[in-house]
Design a protein around this ligand. Structure first.
Ligand SMILES: [Zn+2]
Length: 190
């Protein structure tokens, strides 16, 4: 629970219960846990304290230990492929094929089916797929939604060459320089 700043100014009782996945908090648990977290942040405005409800800020705050939230916040680097207001796509740093891309919602949701703009989310995946077709002329392109390793919704997009027909291929060793070029190649067709 590091990084959570307790509210100042005597509003310690203004708490709300928020569900937090144990992997995000690195808590030791086999199931979802509930933590009491501040919902309000005080702002000293003259002699009056205003309490600002900032859902987004809160969401990002409580997911301090989620690596994808940190990528969204720019605290961790990524090889960016695509970005809009709600979604971000970047190369998987453990690529299973050349061009292996992850598409995530910028807000933290646990599973792909939890994302409210489900259709728009998949349209982003389609947009990237079309760019990959032009960039790599792949044999075919597959999608995987698994999500047990990082508890932030993500769609894997895997452009396959002939001979890469396994359901989930082995992790490939692709250096940073090549990853940067691969990301740039996809971006060029978006
Ligand atoms: Zn997250």
């Amino acid at each position: 629970m590091e990084g959570i700043v307790p509210p100042q100014g005597g509003i310690g009782d203004l708490y709300s219960t928020i569900e937090l996945h144990p992997l995000c908090s690195q808590a030791d648990s086999n199931s979802h846990q509930r933590f009491r977290k501040p919902l309000f942040y005080p702002l000293n405005y003259g002699s009056v304290y205003l309490y600002i409800l900032s859902k987004d800020r809160l969401k990002y705050k409580i997911m301090e230990n989620c690596i994808f939230c940190q990528i969204v916040l720019g605290k961790l680097p990524c090889f960016k492929v695509y970005e809009d207001k709600k979604f971000l796509a970047f190369l998987d740093i453990y690529p299973r094929v050349e061009g292996h891309t992850l598409v995530i919602p910028k807000k933290h949701y646990r599973w792909v089916y939890d994302v409210p703009d489900f259709g728009t989310y998949w349209e982003v995946a389609l947009k990237i797929t079309k760019a990959m077709q032009k960039a790599f002329n792949p044999y075919f392109i597959t999608y995987v939604t698994y999500g047990l390793h990082v508890p932030h919704a993500h769609i894997h997009i895997l452009p396959r060459k002939k001979g890469e027909e396994e359901f989930v291929p082995e992790v490939k060793n692709i250096n940073q320089d090549s990853l940067s070029k691969i990301a740039e190649k996809i971006r060029r067709y978006l």
